[in-house]
Structures are given as structure tokens and as C-alpha cells.
Design a protein around this ligand. Structure first.
Ligand code: SAH
Length: 382
């Protein structure tokens, strides 16, 4: 998943259509907005004529709280070939894991992973999906002739009664921005503890979060310092908010100044839900003399139960995925010399009020030739 995703630079749960109007990202706003408005008005006439069309009774308010009901998010995920092909290859090239097995697809969306598993020889696949997309998944399963193998169940994993007591395999694409945004991991762990047989497998089964530090003068100027002088007015209060919200965006690998450090590895087949909240120390050593404007977090996932280790990374040195990277800007620019170390710790916790949001605390210090600093910064993924 990529979760309540946007194709642009934030992560606050609006469906793609709405965010395109609000934020720039890589889209050409002006052109897009005009074109979308035009297509929508012409489509409207058709919809009014046939009110029975699926989705015609939905307004943007419905999508605001349930953007997975809209096909746009699924289109973005399916078109992320790094993501979807890795799942497809892991399943097709390892049919021994699926042959005659009962599979549970946690958060099935369009049903794509269930279809892969059915094709790989699964005895039966239960596909649970809570959004309206479940209706489409049912139709897709039928259209493709898999109705006898795949059962789509519409509802929350936490509320569903499965027709079987146990499953052999759990497959899910639960990863959010910064790995943990949206907290769907808890749903996978819930399903694992409720239905997975003792020697059952979870795919993917490993997820790791990494940290590095980058030079990012240009974009920090555009996204953060911008608020200092907006048409001659000081909007510094917004700058404080902008600093708190990590930015989801692609980072050029040339911007990386330090090594990349593993913060946390999670074994989805064994971990407790509480393990998704943690404090991890880091030591980032500069590989050249440069400025540091931000920390960058990214993750990788792997399918270690396959014949050959399979997986993908969402890091800046790998092919871009729809998760991009997560950029956490520093209040002040640091100046670092080659070999100097930026040390500290990152604390990651579920937000108490909204468990789908993630609170991050970064403590860091640099005791360098040109720069001595020791700070704590707080961020919120929301
Ligand atoms: N498996 C699909 C979709 C992944 S996105 C694919 O790979 O393309 C994750 C999906 O999980 C979304 O469609 C979302 O609606 C669904 N989901 C999230 N939490 C859920 C829950 N608690 N119960 C059921 N479905 C859930």
C-alpha cells in the first residue's frame, strides 16, 4: 500500500484528485487542474443519465475518509512496478509456498495479490478488503474465472469471521510512507495471531528502516524558508508546522552526504505489535565535506522464505517507488567534514490519539570542526 497516498509531497489522507489541486509536487498544477475540471464536467452528464453506474452516488466527502475506495490509489500502486512485480515474482517463482495452501490476503484492494496466489496454485484464497474496492475485487475475480478459488470478504480484518479456522500463508502489502504510516502492520499481526497455523508463513516477512543525511539547500529553501517572506509578509508560524511534517519526496542519490544506517529490522512472522514503537541509536559518518539539511528515512522489505532472497528497497539509490523517501528537515543547517559523525537516536511511536499517525523524535549531535550542535526535533507523519 502507500496509503492514503498522494502522488505528491504530503501524506495526509486526501485522495489523489484533491491533493493535485492543493500541492505541486511533480505535477504541472495549472494544466492538470484545468484538464481535470474539463473531463469531469463532461463525465458528469453521463453519470446523471445513468445513476446506477458504480460509484456515481459517491461524493468527494466519501473518498476523503476512505481513499482506498477510489481506483486512483490502486492505479498508482499497481503501476509501481518495483512493488507489484516483486510480489508477482516472489509468488510465481515460489509456487511451492502456495501449491494447495490456504492463503489469506490482508487488505486485498483490487485483489491483485490474491489473483497471483490463485495462479500459483493456492487451494483457496481469502481476500479481505474493507473499502468499497472490495466490490470491484469480487467482480475482477469473477471476470478472470477465479470465483471458485478466491473468496472476497468485504469488511475490516478485525471484524471478519473467516469460514476457516486456520490459513497456511498470509500475504499483504501493508507498508506505508516511512514504513509505518497508517499502521496497517498491526492488522497483519492481528491476522497472523488469529489465523496463521504454527508453521505458517507471512509474505513479505522482513522489513527494515534506514536513515541517512542529505544536502538539500534548494528544496529546503523552497519548502521551508519560503514561509519567511511570502509576498513581503512573515509567515514563519507555518514554517514551524512545515518543519514538523516529514516530506514524502524523491531524493537524488548525489545528495547523500553520510553512510546509510539500519535503524530497525522487523520480522513480521515473529514480532509483537509493540515492536513497531522503538528507539534506535545511529551514527552517520560524513563521506565528504558538505552541508546537511535533512535526515532521510526509507525502508526495504524482503521475502526470505523464497528459493532465492527477493525484495525491494525504497532507498534513494534504488529505482523510485511510489513510497519515494521521507525527508525530515533540520531546524538549522549543519556543516560537516569528511569522517565526522552525526550521532543520535530516533524514537518512533504510534500517535496516542490517532494510531494511524506516527510521532518521531530525533536527537542528534555533531561535534565537528566547523559545527557543534546538539538538538532534539519532533515530527509527525499525519
Ligand atoms: N493488496 C492490494 C492493496 C494494497 S493497499 C495491492 O497490493 O494492490 C492496502 C489495502 O488494505 C487497502 O485497499 C485498504 O483499504 C486495505 N485495508 C487497510 N486496513 C484494512 C483492514 N483493517 N481491514 C481490511 N482491509 C484493510
Amino acid at each position: 500500500m502507500g496509503r492514503q497516498k498522494t502522488s505528491s509531497s504530503n501524506c495526509n489522507g486526501l485522495p489523489e484528485m484533491a491533493t493535485r489541486l492543493r500541492v505541486g509536487g511533480e505535477e504541472e498544477e495549472g494544466v492538470d487542474v484545468v484538464m481535470e475540471a474539463r473531463t469531469e464536467s463532461s463525465n458528469l452528464e453521463d453519470l446523471q443519465e445513468d445513476a446506477s453506474l458504480v460509484g456515481s452516488d459517491k461524493t468527494s466527502a466519501d473518498y476523503y475518509f476512505d481513499s482506498y475506495s477510489h481506483f486512483g490509489i490502486h492505479e498508482e500502486m499497481l503501476k509501481d512496478v518495483v512493488r507489484t512485480r516483486t510480489y508477482q515474482n516472489a509468488i510465481y517463482h515460489n509456487s511451492f509456498l502456495f501449491k494447495d495452501k490456504v492463503v489469506l490476503d490482508v487488505g486485498a484492494g483490487t485483489g491483485i495479490l490474491s489473483l497471483f496466489c490463485a495462479k500459483a496454485g493456492a487451494k483457496h484464497v481469502y481476500a479481505i478488503e474493507c473499502s468499497q474496492m472490495a466490490d470491484m475485487a469480487k467482480e475482477i475475480v469473477q471476470t478472470n474465472g477465479f470465483s471458485s478459488v478466491i473468496t472476497v470478504l468485504k469488511g475490516k480484518v478485525e471484524d471478519i469471521e473467516l469460514p476457516v479456522t486456520h490459513v497456511d500463508v498470509i500475504i499483504s502489502e501493508w507498508m506505508g510512507y516511512f514504513l509505518l504510516f497508517e499502521n496497517m502492520l498491526n492488522t497483519v499481526l492481528y491476522a497472523r495471531d488469529k489465523w496463521l497455523v504454527n508453521d505458517g508463513i507471512v509474505l513479505p516477512d522482513k522489513a527494515s528502516l534506514y536513515l541517512t543525511a542529505i544536502e538539500d539547500a534548494e528544496y529546503k529553501e523552497d519548502k521551508i524558508e519560503f514561509w519567511n517572506d511570502v509576498y513581503g509578509f512573515d509567515m514563519g508560524c507555518i514554517k514551524k508546522q512545515a518543519l514538523i511534517e516529514p516530506l514524502v519526496d524523491t531524493v537524488d542519490q548525489k545528495q547523500i552526504v553520510t553512510n546509510c544506517q539500519l535503524l530497525k529490522m522487523m520480522d513480521i512472522s515473529k514480532m509483537d505489535p509493540g515492536d513497531a514503537s522503538f528507539t534506535a541509536p545511529f551514527k552517520l559518518v560524513a563521506e565528504r565535506k558538505d552541508y546537511i539539511h535533512a535526515f532521510v528515512a526509507y525502508f526495504d522489505v524482503s521475502f526470505t522464505r523464497c528459493h532465492k532472497l527477493m525484495g525491494f528497497s525504497t532507498g534513494p539509490r534504488s529505482k523510485t517507488t511510489h513510497w519515494k523517501q521521507t525527508v525530515l528537515y533540520l531546524e538549522e543547517v549543519l556543516s560537516i567534514c569528511e569522517g565526522e559523525a552525526l550521532t543520535g537516536s530516533m524514537t518512533v511511536e504510534q500517535n496516542k490519539k490517532n494510531p494511524r499517525d506516527v510521532d518521531i523524535m530525533l536527537k542528534y549531535s555533531l561535534n565537528g570542526q566547523h559545527c557543534q550542535v546538539s538538538r532534539t526535533q519532533y515530527y509527525k507523519m499525519r
